[in-house]
Design a protein around this ligand. Structure first.
Ligand code: LLP
Length: 417
C-alpha cells in the first residue's frame, strides 16, 4: 500500500486523512507513515541478505525520537555524526553497541562521550583525528574500534553539495595515504583497526559509483593484508537515491543489493562483514510536509501561491534546487495553472517549486509536499523566528504527535537581554 493515497477524494497517510490532522494540529506539519519506514528498512536489509551485514541508519536524515524508535524496534544500528545524535539514539532506546560514529570533526568531548557509551566503531577521517582518538582512548584505558574513511575519488554524479567522494571534497583520506595511516593506527595503542569505509555521496541514481568504489576498496584491503593488517569489516556508507517523482529511474534496494553483493564477493567470501549507512532510502518517501495556502497573487510575469510553510521548514529546494512532488490534499478536477509555490520568508530563495503545474488552490486549502521524510524536519531552523513544525506519525487509522509545534517561549529560552 503506498503511504500517501487518495481515499474518497481525500489524500490520506495510511488510513488517516491529512485534512483531519490539519484540523487538529494546525499547519504546517510533517507527517510520516510508520508502515512505509518499516517496509523500506526491511527491503534494504533484505537486499543484503546472504552476506554478513549491519544496517546503521543515518540518524541525520530524520532524527526525531518517534522515528528513531521505529528503527530501534526493527533492530537497526545507527550512523551518527555528533554526540547529540548519540544522545537521541539512546533516548529512543537505541543500543550504543550498534553505533558507528562518522564525520570529519569529532571533538574530544564527543569522543569521550562515545567511548563512555561503548559505541561499536569510529569512522576516522584524518591523520590528526586518528592521533587525538588514540590519545583519548589511552587516557580512558580503552581500546576502540576504528575504520578509516577513504576518499576513493569516484564521481557519484549527484548534486555537488551532496557529493562527498571526490578528491576536492573534505571527506576521508586519499587511497594512497590509507595504507600508511592504518599501519600507524595499528601500532599506536588505544585503537583496534577494524575496517575501512567510504560514503561517496547522497541521492545516487546509479549503482556503478558504488561498485567502482568497492573495487578500489578491495585493492586496499589486499594491500593491507600484505602488511598483516586483517580487517573485520568494510563500510560502504549510505547514498542510495529515491524517486522524487520527476521521472528519475533509481535502482531499487534489491538492484543495489545485488550489485554491491556481487562487487563485495571477494571480501565477503573471506568472512569480512559489510556495514551500510542508509538514510534517505529508509525515510525519504515515508514523510511529507503539509501546508495551507495563505494568499495568491499574479504579477506581469508570474502567478504565486503563498503557503504557510517556508524554507525554514524545508530548505532542500533553496539549498539544492531539489524537486518535490506536490498534490492538493483534496482531490480536484480543476485544470492546472502554472504557479510558484513560495513561503512567507523574506528571501527570494524561499520557494518550494517554480513554474509548477498544479490545480489552483484557494486560501485555506491544503497542499501535500512529498518525499520530504529525509532531510526535511531534520534540517529545519527557526529563521525569521518561526517555530518549527510539529511531526506526526501515522499507523493505520491512528496517529501520534511525535514532536509538538515549538512555542515562542521555547525559541527564546536561554536568551537574555
Ligand atoms: N553516511 C554518511 C557518512 C553520510 O554523511 C551520510 C549523509 C549518510 C551516510 C546517509 O546518506 P543517505 O543514505 O541519506 O544518502 N541534506 C542533503 C543530504 C546530505 C547527506 C549528508 N550525508 C539532502 O537533503 O539531500
Amino acid at each position: 500500500m503506498p503511504p500517501f493515497e487518495y481515499k474518497s477524494g481525500e489524500l490520506c497517510c495510511e488510513d488517516v486523512p491529512l485534512a483531519k490532522i490539519a484540523a487538529e494540529v494546525g499547519t504546517p506539519f510533517y507527517v510520516y507513515s510508520r508502515s512505509e519506514i518499516e517496509r523500506a528498512y526491511k527491503a534494504f536489509d533484505h537486499a543484503l541478505e546472504g552476506v554478513p551485514h549491519g544496517v546503521c541508519y543515518a540518524v541525520k536524515a530524520c532524527s526525531t525520537l518517534g522515528v528513531l524508535k521505529i528503527l530501534v524496534d526493527l533492530g537497526a544500528g545507527a550512523d551518527i555524526v555528533s554526540a547529540g545524535e548519540l544522545f537521541r539514539w539512546q533516548k529512543a532506546g537505541g543500543d550504543p553497541k550498534k553505533v558507528v560514529f562518522s564525520g570529519v570533526g569529532k571533538s574530544e568531548a564527543e569522543m569521550t562521550a562515545a567511548i563512555t557509551a561503548g559505541i561499536d566503531m569510529f569512522n576516522v577521517e584524518s591523520a590528526e583525528e586518528m592521533g587525538v582518538l588514540g590519545r583519548v582512548a589511552r587516557s580512558m584505558n580503552a581500546t576502540v574500534n576504528v575504520a578509516l574513511r577513504v576518499n576513493p575519488d569516484v564521481d557519484p554524479e549527484t548534486h555537488p553539495y551532496i557529493s562527498t567522494g571526490l578528491k576536492q571534497n573534505k571527506f576521508g583520506v586519499a587511497m594512497s595515504e590509507a595504507r600508511h595511516l592504518l599501519k600507524k593506527a595499528a601500532a599506536m595503542g588505544g585503537l583496534h583497526v577494524s575496517g575501512v569505509d567510504f560514503h561517496i555521496g547522497s541521492q545516487l541514481v546509479k549503482t556503478s559509483p558504488f561498485t567502482d568504489a568497492i573495487a578500489l576498496l578491495i585493492k586496499l584491503v589486499d594491500e593491507l593484508a600484505a602488511d598483516d593488517i586483517k580487517l573485520d569489516h568494510v563500510d560502504i556508507g549510505g547514498g542510495l537515491g529515491i524517486d522524487y517523482g520527476k521521472g528519475d529511474v533509481v535502482p531499487s534496494p534489491a538492484e543495489y543489493g545485488a550489485a554491491v553483493q556481487k562487487a563485495l564477493a571477494p571480501l565477503t567470501s573471506r568472512g569480512i562483514k559489510v556495514y551500510t549507512e542508509p538514510g534517505r532510502v529508509i525515510v525519504g518517501n515515508a514523510g511529507a510536509l503539509v501546508t495551507a495556502v495563505m494568499f495568491r497573487k499574479r504579477n506581469e510575469a508570474k502567478h504565486f501561491t503563498i503557503v504557510d510553510a517556508a524554507m525554514n521548514d524545508l530548505m532542500r529546494p533553496a539549498l539544492y534546487q531539489s524537486f518535490h512532488p506536490m498534490q492538493p490534499v483534496k482531490q480536484t478536477d480543476k485544470p492546472p495553472i502554472v504557479t510558484d509555490i513560495v513561503g512567507p520568508i523574506c528571501e527570494t530563495g524561499d520557494f518550494f517549486a517554480r513554474d509548477r503545474e498544479l490545480p489552483e488552490l484557494m486560501p485555506g486549502e491544503l497542499l501535500w509536499i512529498g518525499a520530504t521524510g529525509a532531510y526535511g524536519a531534520a534540517m529545519a531552523s527557526n529563521y525569521n523566528t518561526r517555530p518549527r513544525a510539529p511531526e506526526i506519525l501515522v499507523h493505520g487509522s491512528s496517529y501520534t504527535v511525535i514532536r509538538q509545534r515549538e512555542t515562542l517561549e521555547q525559541l527564546i529560552a536561554g536568551e537574555r537581554t
